[in-house]
Write a new protein. Sequence first.
Length: 434
Amino acid sequence: MRVRTCLFTTLLLSLPACGPRVANEPPMAGVMGRWTGVCDADNGGITLAPGFCASVFADSLGRARHVAVAPNGDVYIAIANQQGRQGGIVALRDTGDGGRADVTARFGDNGGTGIAVHRGSLYFATDAAVLRYPLTAGALQPSGAPDTIVTGLPSDRSHRAKEIAFGADGALYVNIGSPTNSCQVADRQSGSPGQDPCPDLETRAGIWRFDAARKGQTQANGTRFATGLRNIVALAFDPSGQTLYGAQHGRDQLHQNWAGSYTAEQSAEQPSEEFFRITQGGDFGWPYCYHDNSLGMKVLAPEYGGDGRTQGRCADKGAPLMAFPGHWAPNALLFYAGSAFPAHYRGGAFIAFHGSWNRAPLPQAGYKVVFIPFTSGNPTGTYEVFADGFKGADSIAAPTEARYRPMGLAQAPDGSLYITDTEKGRVWRVITRP
């Protein structure tokens, strides 16, 4: 296999000749997304399912979060703020069809997570707003300053990151995570009871729908689409655009806050990370309930009188399509709509797990990308590990010890798959092995 070194030249330029491709138009030579299949010998430091390989598309970008790809193959990556370095957006282009970004541009003066190309514009979600940048054919960077579509979204305390998705209806869907672990009177404090009713549910812990074309909206202009969702950073529509799905970050600290009822080992394994079909008006139970993977059902949280076995008011809350081990941290969801991967993958879902911080005394876990086969809108069987090896060492005590942490997922026009990493700012491009 031929191996190329990474050509990553920082240029604040764009190439007009590489314009967006009209839908259904044959691909043009020189347009990004026509990579002929050069992979790194070590897949850029990760392991992949049989039949796939990867190259490092870009590296050292900062805290890379979610990723979006334009119809011409230009790649846009949300960069989070970090101490001493402001975030924003990185735009990448491969002009040589070598599987490496050789043109890059940075813009934006605030970091964020959610990013998407929708109807010719680039939407970007900071912690408190959703912005819309105009895109022009042939230009890598936006053609003007962004419009503010939604502003003033809650961003205090925990779970500030906003993820966005667009359905076939053209509306904008935004995750607004809970500000607390379990709506206790004193957040994350031992024995503190839960507030009942939980006031956070009025403005957080759910999915809100907005008009994607209207400028200057606030949360009051949107409608709450679903509630009882602690934090859905992994949010996406299926390929039809008709059905919304999401994977939830489950609650923490069962043992730390309720040591008399849960062992440290139980707290490491529970609750499940839940994969949902999210329906309008759905209530998925947070903070009153959590899903116990060993029991296969939702049970009442200890803050609300639960004992780890009683369902109570949780019996009628939205159940997951699939449950994953505790604290894996699902941070991106992508339904594969391409044809480059084998038929097994078409219409199925990829989930990127960012990795745990609170599974002690058990090893920290997650740090992988999994695939869920789908048939007729439902998962078929169990999940499969698609990409692994991000963590590096077999056992780590904290996420800061991980070599990489998978974060974002996006499909390119040619059907290849992008994966981003928050630790080193690395971006992989995965293809079927030549």
